[in-house]
Design a protein around this ligand. Structure first.
Ligand code: NAP
Length: 296
């Protein structure tokens, strides 16, 4: 039996959907914080287990009978707390005799060069997994293509509401490129790997087949929408002023700047054929991804 954490999240749902489609849904369990959000999973025959990364006893109970665990990184913004949460899951898996653990982290060229603690905690989690002695798969996921809606989305889009985009894009990302991947394709690829893997350690870097800058994003949006879309790279001071104007707290603005800095510095432009290998087809291009994201 495989236990997937973050089962009511975007990535967890896709992984579970593919695992359940391929095999016996009864052999798939999902860790959820809120059982009320898991009725669709129950309807598919998924074994829903309630637990929280902060609650060690709940994790011990949730691990019963699990041979494999997929730990989906949590949403805690304090990097030290987040790492402790991941350690709680890894330790509980080990105590329960789980033989194979997988983790969804991030693709990054040089983790020692990032300014963002939240990025570093992914690699610290990987270290904990290596030290655990369990067989492992580490999925280093590229930046989600869906993140573009947060970077250049206009206003706040609510569930069911169509995201729209800025036509005058201003970000401190220079000519930095990103091998954006769709969350749906990452989830499918990860599920395929989980079916297959278990006996040997694997490290996957899951990216698109190309990397794109915001010049490319602006061009693709212009072609798809028929509207002129421009991109201007800004400096740090301009970005900080923009954040202050929008009322973004300073600590949060620093975190955002760290993400953009990684893009600017080419940390996210690595391209590998590994996601294509797991999917058996080419991952979506930027144009196809943006078309779906903004319903163009
Ligand atoms: P998501 O939709 O926010 O899902 C996160 C899942 O983690 C949710 O199911 C959430 O539970 C669960 N979770 C959070 N804290 C937990 C805790 N203390 N105990 C138990 N479960 C907890 O995120 P996603 O889109 O699926 O992405 C998965 C992860 O990738 C994120 O959590 C984040 O670490 C990382 N991420 C990656 C990128 C990228 O570009 N590659 C971008 C953003 C985030 P609830 O459903 O109860 O909230």
């Amino acid at each position: 039996m495989i236990l997937v954490t973050g089962a009511t999240g975007h990535l967890g749902r896709v992984v579970i959907e593919h695992l359940a489609k391929e095999g016996d849904a009864g052999q798939v369990a999902g860790l959820v914080r809120d059982e009320g959000k898991a009725s669709d999973l129950k309807a598919k025959g998924v074994d829903v287990r309630v637990g929280d990364y902060d609650d060690v006893a709940s994790l011990d109970a949730a691990m019963r009978g699990a041979e494999k665990v997929l730990l989906i990184s949590g949403t805690e913004m304090d990097a030290a707390k987040s790492l402790q949460q991941h350690a709680n899951v890894i330790d509980a898996a080990k105590r329960a005799g789980v033989r194979f653990i997988a983790y969804t982290g991030r693709a990054m060229r040089d983790p020692s060069a990032t300014e963002t603690e939240l990025m570093r905690r992914h690699f610290k989690t990987e270290d904990l997994i290596r030290e655990s002695g369990m067989t492992y798969a580490l999925f280093r996921n590229a930046l989600y293509l869906e993140s573009i809606a947060y970077f250049i989305g206009k206003g706040r889009s609510h569930p069911g509401q169509q995201a729209t985009f800025e036509t005058d894009i201003r970000l401190p990302t220079g000519d930095g490129r990103v091998a954006y991947t769709l969350r749906s394709e990452l989830g499918e690829g990860i599920a395929n790997a989980l079916h297959r893997d278990g006996r040997e350690d694997h490290v996957y870097t899951l990216t698109a087949g190309e990397a794109w800058s915001f010049h490319d994003v602006a061009r693709a949006l212009g072609e798809l929408s028929g509207k002129p879309v421009t991109y201007t790279s800004t400096d740090k001071a301009t970005f900080e002023a923009q954040m202050r104007e929008r009322g973004v707290p300073e600590a949060m603005a620093r975190v955002f700047h760290g993400f953009y800095r990684d893009i600017h510095d080419g940390q996210l432009d690595e391209v590998t054929p590994e996601l294509e290998g797991l999917l058996g087809r080419k991952p979506a291009s930027i144009k196809a991804g943006l078309k779906a994201l903004f319903n163009l």
